[in-house]
Design a protein around this ligand. Structure first.
Ligand code: KIV
Ligand code: ZN
Length: 522
């Protein structure tokens, strides 16, 4: 980092919406327990504001926001609300136990959204802005207002809305690029325009919320910071509606690495980034692509001889960030079946996992089992093992046993035992191949209507003893559910992944049955 010393730099507020916008990714829904674990990881990471959910959306969302509000102490806990009394009061109630709380209320301001979605005249929208912010201020002094589809709104109307929101008591003004349409320079110009044309803008923090439909979410957010925004809304691994939101890890590491251009600092402890990324990936079932910036498996891997040679001579030849800065340790510690608990714990810490005693014991037991089946246990194996453990903690539908017979001279046959909420169910089936037979047997044991949309296998490391990582996507009534699992036996991994997806589907079904109020997502 060059230029001004760290303490003199202006702080950019990191507003994380993994639990709200991130959870809106098709198939990324989380249980309350999972949301609590993610919220704790976000607080550990140093996130300033955690958007915990959209309380009026469902009983489940309300409950999750309330539990997070009870648990989180340092970060501000935020709840989303449309511009209606019912939404705002529901958010206010959910946030009541929070030490520090924020209500985030929004209404669309673009001609397209006002005319077709809201069917409201601009003057009515303006009135709603005033009323909604005033209502939110009854619950808390910390109120954020967003003009949905701001980047496609008429600038002067948007500025009138912002001025009205601030006059009514909003302390943060968020400018979303809801459909990911903005271009960096154009978006920066919009921020400058707002600063120049809203008379009371100095009484609020300008925030940006960019979607990634054109792959520009991070670029748009960074240009907005240069133009005067001081809060960025983002998600871990960039998950979110459609193509996702700006990725927290990319924003934070860009600020840290390019201090010469971005003279800012954040409160994020970057060494916790990998742990947060892995947790979100494990609980959502959304794997991180290997070449993903900052948190992808290859982000710090140097494959070519020239690069390896350069890095060994002087790391900065090919490295602009140090792996340890994001929570990855440089290490040559290779584990095998003789490795003890101490070495295993050290390896986990190097990989960014900090497990409690019980979880560590269980992970160590699984590691020993794996080491018996596999000569060398690589970092990727351990990551898969711990992720599987995190997932298994929650699963109520799981594999007890699986026997498969197949080959050139016979019809593939599978016999499966599945535990569903404690009860063991057994079934057998034949199929076109061993995976097909296993999936049919699971369908016999746990009857369901979902359709298999995706089945993907990759080897975690090289060698014929490598673990297989399998992703399964099931779809039902327009909703999708991901399952991810790994095992040295490919068919076992496939069956576990199928059951992981089924578990999410069943939990969603139970949650929907509970929910009294169901509304569309923003
Ligand atoms: O993308 C969007 O416009 C939103 C708002 C609710 C802030 O998510
Ligand atoms: Zn959004």
């Amino acid at each position: 980092m060059s230029g001004r010393i760290e303490s003199e730099r202006e702080t950019v507020i990191i507003f994380d919406t993994t639990l709200r916008d991130g959870e809106q990714s098709p198939g990324a829904s989380m249980t309350v327990e999972e949301k609590l674990r993610v919220a704790e990881a976000l607080e550990e990471l140093g996130v300033d504001v955690i958007e915990a959910g959209f309380p009026i959306a469902s009983e489940g969302d309300f409950h999750a926001v309330r539990e997070i509000a009870k648990r989180v102490r340092k970060s501000v806990v935020c709840g989303l609300a449309r511009a209606t009394e019912a939404d705002i009061d529901r958010a206010g109630e959910a946030l009541q136990p929070a030490e520090r709380k924020r209500i985030h209320t929004f209404i669309a301001t673009s001609p397209l959204h006002m005319k077709y979605k809201l069917q409201m005249e601009p003057e009515e929208v303006l009135e709603r802005v005033r009323e909604s912010v005033r209502r939110a201020r009854r619950w808390t002094d910390d109120v954020e207002w967003s003009g949905e589809d701001a980047s496609r709104s008429e600038r002067d109307f948007l500025c009138r809305c912002i001025e009205t929101a601030i006059a009514a008591g909003a302390t943060t003004i968020n400018i979303p690029d809801t459909v990911g349409y903005a271009y960096p320079e154009e978006f920066a110009d919009l921020i400058r325009y707002i600063r120049d044309h809203v008379p009371n803008i100095d009484r609020a923090v300008i925030s940006v919320h960019c979607h990634n439909d054109l792959g520009l979410a991070v670029a748009n957010s960074l240009r907005a910071l240069e133009a005067g925004a001081r809060q960025v809304e983002c998600t871990i691994n960039g998950i979110g509606e459609r193509a996702g939101n700006a990725a927290l890890e990319e924003i934070v590491m860009a600020i840290r690495t390019r201090g010469d251009i971005l003279p800012f600092r954040t409160n994020i402890d970057t060494t916790k980034i990998m742990a947060a990324s892995r947790l979100v990936s494990a609980v959502t079932g959304f794997t991180v692509q290997p070449n993903k910036a900052i948190v992808g498996a290859n982000a710090f891997a140097h494959e070519s001889g020239i690069h390896q040679d350069g890095v060994l001579k002087h790391a900065q030849t090919y490295e602009i960030m140090r792996p340890e800065d994001v929570g990855l340790a440089r290490s040559s510690l290779v584990l095998g079946k003789h490795s003890g608990r101490h070495a295993f714990r050290r390896k986990l810490e190097e990989l960014g996992y900090h497990l409690g005693d019980n979880a560590l014991n269980e992970a160590f037991r699984r590691f020993k089992e794996l080491a018996d089946r596999k000569k060398q246990v690589y970092d990727e194996d351990i990551i898969a093992l711990v992720d599987q453990e995190i997932q298994d903690l929650e699963q109520r539908v799981r594999l007890e046993s699986l026997q498969v017979a197949c080959g050139t001279e016979r019809t593939p046959h599978a016999a499966v035992a599945v535990r569903v909420n404690g009860e063991v169910r057994q079934a057998e089936a034949e199929g076109d191949g061993p995976v097909d037979a296993a999936f049919r047997a699971i369908r016999e044991a746990v009857p369901h209507e979902a359709e298999l949309q995706l089945f993907q296998i990759h080897a975690i490391t090289g060698g014929t003893d490598a673990q297989a990582a399998v992703t399964v996507r099931l779809a039902r009534d327009g909703q999708v559910f991901h399952g991810h699992a790994s095992d040295t036996d490919t068919i076992v991994a496939a069956a576990k992944a199928y059951l992981a997806a089924l578990d999410r589907l069943m939990r969603r079904r139970e949650r929907s049955a509970h929910d009294a109020v169901a509304v569309g997502s923003p």
